[in-house]
Design a protein around this ligand. Structure first.
Ligand SMILES: [Zn+2]
Length: 504
């Protein structure tokens, strides 16, 4: 089976920030998880480069739009290894192969009769690269996002007959209830469709930084059409000498933030229908990470700067924190003090200590070899028992419930800690007659730690890799409790999450 997951492509005018990292890490978690399930995965991210905002910024700097795009695209490309993202391809909408494919698809849309020439008059925000409807305008005809006064523009351009897809879109939403998740976002998109769709402008005159319309090269494509098509075009050239389209299209999942819902959930499926291309299977819409309480923290000041966090703690604690603290799909607050609390109480205490205790006891009591036994029923069953945890997490991640899946795993991490306290291996070790019981406890701990660490790998890949190596586990495939016997040789390792150093 194949699995194709995408992030939005990031507009090159912005500085890479936590919002970009958040979308990308979400997609990375799913890509890594699906690889563990043996799926043939293709994971794509990249940059959106055309349009007026880039052209204007380049003009201000006295460089060509391409030069500006080259420089800024590189900053996004550099972000990926920093946040430890395992993308298979990085698309740029200035790639000549993308441009040629966009023209081919749009020519089909044209030939199928879904475009026409007309006059557009409306309020245009050059920084959004978007026209605003009357209901979207801020006070005094301003852009509600950029708070700048907008000018009314009148242009001859080409239109896409979005209105003619009203019924088809309603049917798509009806037939596929999981097309957009979470459900409240689906309802929002559907309400927008049912409110009546208007045709949308497809091209812009008087702009050169874009993809020329093949049937009217004096006009360039409105940047959103060119950008959305990235999800499709890349497959035709991501691998030299190979076309991956049949293998990976339709895309399994688009990950995106709520501010670009309308383009993805309404215009994008309609455009694909117009071109006779299959629609993606699903899209997940996430909320914003908002900066919470401005309480001074020990080590990070009072604003959570993702790059500072990565420099000091590595990518894993940031990856963990974002999906643990804020329920994926909702808006939520993040703060340095909250980061430190999660780091200390969950990563260092719950998980780090569990790992070091387990490894230390196996070394001390069993010469570093995991004993052979059956999993303890007390750990397998009952509340937060480990039995079936892997299947449960797979089911949650199939529904793109990233935070719920992490919570399910974490309850087992805590269960393992309670198990240590209940079973008291240090007491068992004092009594020769309890040797078999000690074997069972140490085996169950090593096995439980292995199972949860395999499940945590997509969230905290660097740490999980280190710990799985220390547990003598070579496979990265998901596993259930008891699927590996004893005999593995373990290795002691330095604390996975060292104590936070405070600035003196
Ligand atoms: Zn704007």
């Amino acid at each position: 089976m194949t699995y194709y997951v995408t992030t939005p492509i990031y507009y090159v005018n912005a500085e890479p920030h936590l919002g970009h990292a958040y979308s990308t890490i979400a997609a990375d978690i799913l890509a890594r998880h699906m690889r563990q399930r043996g799926e043939d995965v293709f994971f794509q991210t990249g940059t959106d480069e055309h349009g007026e905002p880039t052209a204007l910024a380049a003009e201000r700097e006295g460089v060509s739009p391409k030069e500006l795009a080259d420089r800024n695209s590189a900053r996004f490309r550099e972000l990926m290894p920093k946040i430890n993202v395992s993308n298979d391809f990085f698309i740029r909408t200035s790639d000549p192969e993308h441009i040629a494919k966009v023209q081919e698809v749009m020519q089909r849309v044209h030939d199928n009769g879904h475009v026409y020439e007309g006059v557009y008059e409306g309020w245009y925000c050059p920084r959004c690269a978007d026209f605003k409807t009357e209901s979207e305008l801020g006070p005094g005809n301003t852009c509600p996002i950029h708070e700048i006064e907008l000018e009314r523009q009148r242009e001859e351009n080409w239109f896409f007959r979005l209105s003619s897809f009203q019924d088809d879109l309603e049917r798509l939403y009806e037939e596929r209830p999981g097309f957009v998740v979470p459900e409240f976002r689906r309802n929002e998109a559907l309400a927008f469709i049912k409110g009546g769709l208007e045709d949308v402008s497809l091209s812009r005159p008087n702009l050169s930084w874009g993809v020329p319309l093949p049937w009217d090269p004096g006009q360039v494509m409105y940047v959103w059409f060119d950008a959305l098509l990235n999800y499709y075009t890349s497959l035709s050239y991501a691998r030299e000498g190979e076309d991956l389209t049949d293998r990976f299209w339709p895309c399994d999942l688009h990950v995106l933030a709520k501010d670009i819902l309308k383009f993805h959930a309404v215009i994008w499926p309609a455009l694909l229908m117009a071109a006779g291309i299959e629609r993606p299977r699903r899209m997940v819409i996430h909320g914003f990470l908002l900066m919470g309480e401005k309480k001074m923290s020990k080590s990070l000041g009072n604003v959570l700067d993702p790059f500072e966090v990565i420099d000091r703690f590595g990518a894993d604690p940031l990856r963990f924190y974002c999906f643990r603290e804020v329920s994926f799909g909702q808006d939520g607050s993040i703060a340095p003090s909250g980061f430190e609390t999660r780091y200390e109480s969950e990563l260092a205490n719950d998980y780090g200590n569990l790992a070091s205790r387990t490894l230390a006891m196996i070394e001390r009591y069993r010469d570093g070899v995991v004993p052979d036994a059956a999993p303890d029923a007390a750990l397998a069953g009952g509340e937060d028992g480990l039995e079936g945890i892997s299947a449960q997490v797979q089911e949650l991640l199939d529904r793109v419930e990233l935070t719920q899946a992490l919570d399910a795993i974490w309850r087992r991490v805590r269960r393992l800690n309670r198990y240590v306290e209940e079973a008291r291996p240090w007491d068992l070790a004092k009594d020769e007659g309890e040797a078999e019981r000690l074997d069972q406890v140490l085996y169950s701990l090593a096995e439980g730690l292995r199972v949860v660490t395999l499940l945590l790998l997509p969230y905290i890949p660097e740490t999980a890799e280190k710990l799985l190596d220390a547990l003598g586990e070579e496979s990265r495939e998901l596993a259930e409790l008891g699927s590996r016997g004893g005999g593995a040789r373990i290795e002691r390792i330095a604390p996975l999450f060292p104590k936070i150093e405070t600035d003196a």
